[in-house]
Design a protein around this ligand. Sequence first.
Ligand code: SAM
Length: 288
Amino acid sequence: MRRGNDMRIAPAVSAPEPAQAQGWGGDWNPARYLAYGRERARPAMDLVARIDRAEPRRILDLGCGPGNSAAILAARWPGAKIIGLDNSKAMIEAARRDFPEGEWILGDALTAPLEGPFDIVFSNAAFQWIPRHPALIARLAGLLAPEGILAVQAPRRGDMAVRKAIDEVGSRERWRGLVEGAELALNYRELDSYYDILIGHFDEIELWQTSYFHVLEGAASVIDFVRTTALRPWLDRLPDEKARGDFEREVLEACSPSYPARPDGKILFPFARLFFVATSPRPASRPA
Ligand SMILES: C[S@@+](CC[C@H](N)C(=O)[O-])C[C@H]1O[C@@H](n2cnc3c(N)ncnc32)[C@H](O)[C@@H]1O
């Protein structure tokens, strides 16, 4: 990577919390994750559409996954240098294979050595997996050029039926001891709490939230959708395929009534997501 006078290394946040310490050890499955690629792309596209920058030179895609969100960034800003960072070996390998022209870094958002400045730090559907958001946002703010943009989309915990079902099934006697602490892998926040963090680092802050109503084949597709994401910390704690299958079946049974079939036999899967776009101060007004 080019290292010029304008480059600076972002300090790592101290006392990193490795994935294992969050209580889930399995790696991601890029192919299964991309099975709902269209649904997962929509919020990334909506976030990109709200970034008011004509010609950014350097963009960091934080929690880049298999390169799907970076591909959306590259389509919007073909002249920009896009650097993807992810702490999953499987995801980075998939990104390197499918988008060899990109620059992919295997590392943790809080600790990986990163060279700024970036004109945009973008993160789609990754913040919820990363702990310590005040430290994370401070780190990312330090990586941005003056008037650089931090653009983030993350799922909201909200009152999603499948999430409630996961909690309810996880509290049953058969599972309680096995899945204890699984929820600690996910770091959900609401927009007001992000605002309170962002005001310490940014001048202009725009925040919004919405629900996507994904049209899926049936309630079983909801389980399929979350199996590689929100359900993973629970499944990763279970000892074998049989236990994972049983757990999934119980979650499906618990949430099915909330996803009734529409007249065409399909179901609607409401998925709540939050967004923010924050702009760094101009050099003169950058807080000390
Ligand atoms: C749901 S995927 C999002 C992938 C892609 N950005 C997208 O738009 O679909 C979340 C990604 O965040 C990554 N991730 C989770 N914790 C991380 C961390 N501490 N540092 C870097 N990446 C992390 C995961 O490995 C995973 O690839």
